[in-house]
Design a protein around this ligand. Sequence first.
Ligand code: GLN
Ligand code: ZN
Length: 760
Amino acid sequence: MVTTHNLGFPRIGARRELKFAQESFWKGQISQEELKTTGAELRHKHWQNQRQLDLVPVGDFSFYDQVLDMSATLGNLPKRVKETGGTELDQYFRAARGRSGQETTSFEGVHAGEMTKWFDTNYHYIVPEFHQHTRFQLNADRLIDQIAEARAQGLTPKPVIIGPVTYLWLGKTKDESDRLALLKSLLPVYSELLDVLSAQGVEWVQVDEPALVTDLDADWRHAFTLAYHHLKTCAPKLLVATYFGELRENLQLACELPVAGLHLDAISAPQEVARVVDWLPPHKQLSLGVINGRNVWRTDLEKVLDWLEPAYQKLGARLWLAPSCSLLHVPVDLDSEEKLDSELRSWLAFAIQKLDELNILATALNDGRDVVREALASSSSAAQSRRTSERVHNPSVRSRTTEIRAELGQRQSPYSERIAIQQEKLELPRFPTTTIGSFPQTPDIRQTRLQFRKGELTEANYTTRIREEVRRCVAEQEALGLDVLVHGEAERNDMVEYFGEQLDGYAFSQFGWVQSYGSRCVKPPILFGDIARPQAMTVEWINYAQSLTEKPLKGMLTGPVTILNWSFVRDDQPRRDSCFQLALAIREEVLDLEAAGVGIIQIDEAALREGLPLRQSDWANYLDWSIEAFRITANGVRDETQIHTHMCYSEFNDIIESIARMDADVITIETSRSDMELLDAFRGFQYPNDIGPGVYDIHSPNIPESKQITALMIKAAERIPAERLWVNPDCGLKTRQWDEVLPALKNMVAAARELRETVQ
Ligand code: GLN
Ligand code: ZN
């Protein structure tokens, strides 16, 4: 018999119950006990959803983040947090977000832990903090309690913890010390934890070590061997789980670890399955992740069985089945989606449906395909309909993508020539000022969009209201004296969804929420088919805004790479192909804006950096096609049309040459939090075009003084010639309030004026 299990279940709840409870607690509207009750109810429900599995994950639920939970279990919350007193949960939330609930007046807060992306997903974790003298101390209460809860439901618990090496790998030292040196003092605490779990009668523990799919140097590789030799005397059986990528040069290391089982992500590393089946010592269990835990497509079960059956013949009861990774990265339940048509629904599977698929596969292996004949037939026919549906395959899009040539991405003249033409036309001062696109999204704007969506507002009334907002935004920018204006993006709910909704080939769920961090959830649109743009998407709004001012107004678009990276994308063609289709669609919009007389067009690529693959050797390939996609989108315009792009997140140093290849006339980037450190990249590499390093940190309510802005810009001018510098905030202003934005921009404009006088 094969064993079925799951690596983790989404914790937010099918209706985002956890989010609402967290936020009510933080606002002081519910008590700690009420929050804990919601947590327990969600766990109960989610285990019921998983009750057909042989082993259910325990410890995957979290009130904020699973890495922070591990820090708490290891007694490694930052010292500043431990000193604040209060309950465990208070300290936990302070580590996550600076403050707990119900303490808005008396407690100033401590600074929150840093947050960063969990491998190559859009989930963000709280970075563990280390010092040379960090000492760990076990607190296993959370796991012990939850083991008991799962048992009370008659289930077999399999605690999930982050492995010692990945835990260190995920963290940062706050002094200069080497965090790997802490392994020695960390391992005894892991041993203690495993002993405690064993005393609870636990047979299997899942130890997540996804660091095994990254580039590791010899010391880190050695750490794995050391760690698991240390832990091998502990009683519970360990299943080391790797996911999100191929093991490659770490494959042998992973197979040889002295543990009882290995989980391999057969979705991202299909070509490694055969090798692991052959190499894995005969006393070990092999868990294969055969259902994609990162996307929303239904599995073609017969196809999986075709390769899984031979593996089962070799492995017998040593074979375990699971989703490829934790289901944290997919929505909870497709059954909630009443608005999706039945054809589209038949192509999809969310967490609950994925576990059903897993059970069908297990039954087929255990008792033969015949027993689950109907389920297999329905899976095959869904796969067949997806392969052939006209909604997915649009021959005219196909033929256009095959006709893509490099010239499409080539501007007419080099930057040095076209910038001169643009300057003559635009007549901008030195140190021109602009913003990144959005202005505050007031409750009124949100209300207006919601009413329109619900049909409570006619299209004409909606347009009038949004136009009022655009008018206000343009007037404010004129009054401030900004040089390049924007329309403010009041009509946009989200920079990806807005475009997805207007493109063919996209679908939208109602409840397809996925946790991004803490209580923040995103609902990625579903890119299911060939992408086409039936009509212009932004031209009317931009035209209207331009009609209100003599100053140049910047058209605002989201680029193909960002749209791709923030969507659930199809798995029946390479990401690159979907990206090129998006590029052609957005290119049409760029050309329509240009034809309408818009002289400056910004194409945001906020998520280009975060799409980088986990392995550095895969970067070049990703950058090649993603930069090419941007070039196709942007570079079909005439010399006099100025192309801007914007990128969030710092750390450009390692990809600066690719960014230069985009050949945007102007790039605006996030720098203000790093005190222009980011611009160090520009020392070694002569970035050729115009650049606007962000001087107003829009993530903070602080209002920058004009002196601070001038100082930042003078630093920038040490690295980049002054005539190529722009002055702007570091991201869109939509999350801020008008009363913050106005004084901040006023100071920014004053700083630019001063720079024009003082910098030669
Ligand atoms: N134009 C977008 C805005 O201003 C860019 C947002 C982003 O980079 N995340 O909101
Ligand atoms: Zn940004």
